[in-house]
Design a protein around this ligand. Structure first.
Ligand SMILES: [Fe+2]
Length: 235
């Protein structure tokens, strides 16, 4: 199938404005005017949206673990996050698992481009989950260069990495709510994926000026299918 175009990752934090200001100040992300639902940060061309109320229910068999960022110098960036109130959970020569002051999880990787570059999904069944994304949303298989135990699918501007875990019971407070792709016809994509057996907890509907729907992956993670604007994807 043709790959859908990457749109956004949506997170839930109680103080969305303060968090957006922090990311604007301490990362190269560009904060654009908020919408009714969300704060919006572009680290070109990818979008991070911060809402204050969760949309998706807790997934059952997996978890969106972190948002990946490509950085120029890993050690320098880790030091900057720490001095700005962030937390460092794991530091390896290749990547760092960090949190912003609100506990939102990121993974810093010394790689190009300098942007929001990847999303980490953790599950016990990485191969089946990868295959589901490939069959239903497209994407091209890639090697995850900084951790070859992960499986990965590349979409136009985003990599989805599937990380093996032994348990899907997470003690973590969930902050990453859902992930989203563009399509040029929400209803046609809904019809096609429904024929494939994909469950849509939210069927196509108009939400303000946009048309969208939410599908569910095999882990119970919600996937927003969002209409591509007439002017195309913001790059
Ligand atoms: Fe969303």
């Amino acid at each position: 199938m043709n790959s859908l175009l990457w749109h956004h990752v949506h997170v839930t934090l109680p103080d969305r404005e303060a968090a957006a200001k922090w990311h604007e100040q301490y990362t190269p992300a560009n904060r654009v005017p908020p919408t009714k639902r969300s704060e919006n940060l572009y680290w070109s061309p990818n979008l991070l949206q911060i809402q204050s109320t969760a949309v998706a229910p807790e997934p059952r068999n997996g978890h969106i673990e972190s948002i990946g960022i490509g950085v120029l110098n890993l050690n320098e960036t880790v030091a900057e996050w720490e001095s700005a109130g962030g937390f460092i959970n794991i530091l390896t020569p290749y990547y760092a698992k960090v949190r912003d002051p609100w506990g939102l999880a990121f993974e810093l990787v010394e790689r190009s481009p300098k942007a929001y570059t990847h999303i980490n999904i953790v599950t016990k069944t990485i191969e089946q989950t990868r295959n589901w994304y490939e069959e239903n949303l497209g994407g091209t298989r890639e090697v995850c260069e900084w951790d070859r135990t992960r499986l990965a699918l590349k979409y136009d501007t985003m990599l989805i990495a599937f990380n093996q875990v032994n348990s899907t019971v997470f003690s973590d407070r969930r902050t990453i709510d859902h992930i989203g792709w563009y399509t040029d016809d929400v209803d046609a994509t809904f019809n096609q994926l429904s024929i494939n057996g994909v469950y849509f907890p939210v069927k196509p509907r108009d939400y303000g000026p946009v048309r969208l729907a939410f599908a569910e992956d095999p882990c119970g993670i919600w996937i927003e299918i969002h209409i591509l604007p007439k002017y195309g994807k913001k790059m």
